[in-house]
Design a protein around this ligand. Structure first.
Ligand SMILES: [Zn+2]
Length: 150
């Protein structure tokens, strides 16, 4: 059995995760220049106002707040449970679904609106048939800034 070797760095796990040759990974969205709506990934038509061909790509923020979540107790074989599947509103626009890590999967430890950070890590050791690894994104809790205290 021949062993294939990866010839590139990690592959993005989704098309809207961008990995520049020099620099940090980031999430990319597009902005409607007519109504300022922001969506993940690329599109040519705004689903908020219907404008065509008025979208510009934008680098999305790595900081946001937890909009909602679900604690997953049953998943595919080999997927460790429980884990927190979250929807996060990014600062400056964009709403992203992903897993919230480094937190107890317990409702008493999770608050709607809690500040989170997007972090980029290997996608749990998974590889394609050529041996390429995948880079994925996750959310982590971040401490609230003093100016944001209530
Ligand atoms: Zn629009």
């Amino acid at each position: 059995m021949s062993e294939k070797r990866a010839t590139t760095g990690p592959l993005p796990v989704v098309p809207f995760l961008k990995i520049p040759d020099d620099g940090e990974a980031y999430l990319e969205g597009c902005l409607c220049t007519r109504c300022d709506a922001i969506f993940l990934g690329q599109r040519s038509v705004c689903s908020k106002c219907g404008a065509r061909d008025q979208m510009e790509t934008r680098r999305l923020s790595n900081e946001g707040t937890l909009y909602t979540y679900s604690i997953v107790h049953r998943s595919f074989p080999g997927v460790a449970v429980p884990y927190v599947s979250a929807i996060v509103d990014l600062e400056g626009g964009g709403t992203v679904k992903g897993n919230l890590i480094d937190v107890d999967p317990n409702p008493t430890k999770l608050a709607f609106g809690m500040p989170v950070r997007v972090t980029y890590k290997d996608a749990l050791g998974r590889k394609d048939c050529d041996g390429n690894s995948y880079l994925s994104y996750f959310f982590q809790p971040r401490s609230q800034s003093p100016r944001g205290s209530r």
